[in-house]
Design a protein around this ligand. Structure first.
Ligand SMILES: *[C@@H]1O[C@H](CO)[C@@H](O)[C@H](O)[C@H]1NC(C)=O
Ligand SMILES: *[C@@H]1O[C@H](CO)[C@@H](O)[C@H](O)[C@H]1NC(C)=O
Ligand SMILES: *[C@@H]1O[C@H](CO)[C@@H](O)[C@H](O)[C@H]1NC(C)=O
Ligand SMILES: *[C@@H]1O[C@H](CO)[C@@H](O)[C@H](O)[C@H]1NC(C)=O
Length: 810
């Protein structure tokens, strides 16, 4: 993140430059540049040099179809250090095409179609260190020398199938090279001394196939100019068939210490003359890569060749054309007895005799990898476990046909100085319970075998152990001084317990089936510094993702040194294939318990709040009431229907339903009932008829639900009298009645309520929540019960009028 922030301005600049560089003159554009300004535009089919940001430090245009480099194609690239144009079709380069490349250090023009090399190309390239012109169809380098201004040149490669001549001045200016490679298989003119001025000269590779065959003098002249004791000489593509074939080396061989032959074929005659050639010379290292033996191995005449100064002999990829006729080279065993380092790799070798190995008293290093050795021939080679190869430190038998680990351990026990043993790529499929090994053995490589378990057979002296690409599932073995453990490509489900490896510094366990690992797993390794565990089947739990992220950012002692993108989730399914470092898991996925408890808590608090609020608003009461009312109403509707159809039970059977509080019962019974139901015609001239009142105490049907009773009482009464007092307001019971009658009033559409105030009660004395009562009080005139006796007849009259009057009007 921090890096990004620092780089951001550069990136921006870079993008802007990139835009500006696109001048739209028909050239393609290549934007494949990384953060280090290395632009890789190879294999893109470009036919012209593409437009590339001039911030580029290295530009790879290899293997396109570019045919020419025009004057302006590379202008502006003044900071470019490396330009690779290998493998194009370039036949033409403008003389000043490279003029702006002042910083160029490496230029590769190999494998193109240049028939002519122009010295002007390199005029401005003073910093050039590496120049590759190999494999182009030019026939000469040309004069003046191409390299005059290139005083820093250290690696030079040139030549090709058409190179015909090299003249004395062609290489003037070249003085000191680390590496010179010349492909001159068809050279027919060489001025002696052309390479002679180049000194020091580190490494020379020459392909002189044609001259060796047809012009030995020319080949000798070339070799004489590059042969120094310090120079490593490689001759490639030689086909030597006769005694005389090796003559070009005759003079220079006394100067050469390090000789390599690559891609050579030798007949028996050539072999014998070669051996005669190197007899007694101070050659220290001979290496042959890609050797084809065309003869029958009849080299007996050379059987006294003195190779005592040769420390190292290396042969790999040896092909014997006529293997059936090829003689056993047992007489030549003396050739192999002096080397400290002997490698015979991929040579179909199936036997080295005990007789030979017992003579190899100086050999420190023996590599016979990729051959045909079996347990049996190995047993011959190591003298069936007797003393042999007394100085041997490294034995490499990788890639042979070995099957029995117990045989191996028995055979190598007496190699008392052996410290490294490589038996990788073999057929070992089981490990015996115990083995004996040289006490010095510190490195053991049994990778790419078929082991399924490890046993205490493995020696405690191991510092490096490679068991990659076997079939192991666990590793329960203590190796006290082990530093490096390689377990890639097995079937481990978890990291082996670190306690068994107190000194382990490096653990490689890629491409297994690890699900996860944790901090405590890592902490069990006391010394671990370097872990590579990519390409496993990680289960991306929150814990693991968080842990691995912290490890990848490098906050722990253990460094994860393989590519972070190889740590990929295998499960859960929706994360499959995603890099762990890019996974984002939400808090809900990561803390389900916490989330559930928090949400439950929140829900509970909300619930309590709502309940409190509802309680404050009397919602429960309203709900209960509405519910009861709805039910009662239904019943009453049914009742009404029944009445209508049967015609009986007249709808109105009371003049008024009296709604009152229990506390006001005495008033109702003492004053209201007598006055209205049994009127005394005392001081009235008009006779007053009795009215029928409905009182809940008296007229409700016992056994019926109270709501029904109220409902039907209100229905069956013409009016409802509410006896209001403090008590009434406080009684829930009365509230029901009030509200039902209110609903009823709405339904009836009339003004059927009569309010009697027993004590002075203003609208404001009524609590606000009884909004209906308040509304009723403001819309309906109410009658106040007078304290004074003399005003009461007036009250009764008004009440009577209220009860009957409206009725008469209707
Ligand atoms: C280059 O051109 C040739 C034909 O001219 C074609 O066969 C080849 O595929 C091209 N190479 C690339 C890398 O596009
Ligand atoms: C090996 O050398 C021969 C000439 O002796 C040559 O034709 C052949 O291409 C070379 N092979 C390699 C792989 O370089
Ligand atoms: C043994 O040979 C193999 C193959 O040639 C090579 O990869 C390995 O590094 C060698 N081992 C040692 C210890 O040199
Ligand atoms: C073990 O041998 C294999 C195969 O030869 C090789 O690739 C690997 O590098 C060797 N391991 C070590 C730790 O040298």
């Amino acid at each position: 993140m921090k890096h990004l922030r620092i780089l951001a301005p550069f990136l921006l600049l870079w993008l802007i430059r990139d835009q500006a560089a696109n001048r739209g003159d028909g050239r393609p554009t290549c934007r494949r540049c990384d953060l280090h300004h290395a632009c890789s535009c190879s294999f893109r089919g470009f036919t012209h040099v593409p437009v590339v940001t001039d911030q580029a430090l290295s530009l790879d245009l290899s293997f396109n179809n570019i045919t020419m480099v025009a004057q302006d194609d590379l202008t502006g690239h003044s900071i470019l250090r490396l330009l690779d144009l290998q493998g194009n079709q370039i036949a033409e380069i403008h003389p000043s095409a490279f003029d702006s490349l002042w910083s160029l250090e490496e230029l590769d023009l190999s494998d193109n179609q240049l028939t002519f090399l122009n010295p002007q190309w390199f005029n401005q390239l003073e910093l050039l260190k590496h120049l590759n012109l190999i494999n182009n169809p030019y026939s000469f380098l040309g004069s003046p020398s191409l390299f005059l201004g290139l005083s820093r040149l250290r690696r030079l490669m040139f030549g090709g199938p058409d190179l015909k001549e090299l003249k004395r001045e062609d290489l003037s200016g070249v003085t000191h090279l680390e590496e010179l490679t010349v492909q001159a298989n068809n050279l027919d003119r060489y001025d002696a001394g052309t390479f002679g001025d180049i000194w020091p000269l580190g490494r020379v590779t020459l392909s002189l196939h044609g001259p060796f065959l047809t012009n030995p003098a020319l080949a000798a002249a070339v070799l004489n100019d590059v042969s120094y004791p310090e120079t490593r000489l490689t001759l490639s593509d030689l086909h030597l068939a006769q005694y005389v074939s090796v003559q070009p080396l005759k003079d220079s061989i006394n100067l050469i210490r390090f000789l390599s032959l690559r891609n050579v074929s030798l007949s028996d005659e050539a072999c014998v003359s070669m051996l005669a050639l190197i007899d007694g010379v101070p050659l220290r290292s001979l290496s042959i890569e890609g050797l084809t033996l065309t003869g029958e191995g009849r080299w007996v005449t050379a059987n006294r060749t003195d190779l005592s100064s040769m420390d190292e002999f290396f042969a790999s990829d040896v092909t014997i054309l006529d293997i059936l006729k090829f003689a056993m080279v047992s007489e030549l065993q003396y050739l192999l007895q002096y080397q400290k380092k002997l490698s015979i790799i991929n040579a179909k070798l199936f036997l080295l005799s005990c007789y030979l190995t017992q003579m190899m008293v100086n050999t420190l290093y023996l590599d016979v990898s990729d051959n045909l050795l079996t347990d049996l021939t190995l047993s011959y080679m190591l003298c069936d476990g007797d003393k042999t190869l007394p100085e041997l430190r490294v034995l490499n038998m990788s890639g042979n046909l070995l099957k029995s680990l117990s045989t191996l351990s028995r055979l190598v026990t007496k190699l008392t100085k052996l410290s490294q043993l490589d038996v990788s790529r073999t057929g070992y499929s089981s490990m015996p319970p115990s083995c004996s090994w040289p006490s010095t053995l510190g490195y053991l490589n049994i990778s790419r075998a078929k082991l399924t378990i490890v046993t205490p057979c493995l020696p405690k002296s191991l510092e490096v152990l490679d068991l990659s690409y076997n079939d192991l599932k666990e590793f329960a073995l203590t190796l006290p001084i082990l530093r490096e453990l390689h377990l890639c490509g097995n079937k481990f489900l978890r990291l082996p317990a670190g306690g068994a490896f107190p000194n382990l510094q490096t653990l490689m366990i890629q491409s297994n089936t690890l699900n996860a690992f944790s901090l405590s797993d890592l902490q069990s390794y006391r010394r671990l510094e370097n872990l590579q565990a990519g390409h496993n089947k990680f289960v991306c739990s929150c814990e693991f993702v968080a842990f691995l992220r912290s490890q990848l950012t490098g906050s722990g002692d253990v460094k994860i040194t393989d590519n972070h993108q190889t740590y990929v989730c295998d499960s859960p399914l929706y994360l499959q294939g995603e890099a762990v470092s890019q996974v984002s898991l939400s808090i809900i996925q990561c803390q389900p318990v916490l989330c559930v408890s928090v949400s439950c808590g929140v829900a509970l608090v909300l619930g309590i709040l709502v309940a409190g609020l509802l309680r404050r608003c009397h919602a429960f009461w309203f709900l209960k009431m509405t519910w009861a009312w709805l039910k009662a109403k239904k019943r009453s509707q049914r009742r009404r229907r029944n009445r209508n159809t049967e015609g009986s039970d007249p709808l109105l059977s009371f003049d008024a339903f009296v709604s009152y509080s229990e506390q006001d019962a005495s008033w109702v019974e003492e004053f209201l009932v007598p006055e209205l139901e049994e009127p005394r015609d005392s001081d009235s001239e008009t006779p007053t008829s009795p009215l029928t009142l409905c009182l809940h105490k008296r007229d409700f049907l016992p056994g019926h639900w109270i709501m029904d009773n109220i409902m039907s009482a209100i229905e069956r009464s013409r009016r409802t009298i509410f006896v209001l007092s403090e008590n009434f307001v406080q009684s829930d019971w009365c509230r029901y009645e009030l509200d039902f009658s209110h609903f009823w009033l709405f339904e009836a559409g009339g003004d059927a309520a009569i309010l009697i105030l027993l004590e002075p009660l203003s609208k404001d004395d009524v609590p606000k929540r009884f909004c209906k009562l308040r509304k009723l009080m403001s819309s309906t005139t109410y009658l106040e019960w007078p304290e004074e006796e003399e005003r009461r007849p007036e009250f009764w009259r008004s009440l009577r009028i209220a009860l009957t009057g409206d009725n008469e009007q209707n």
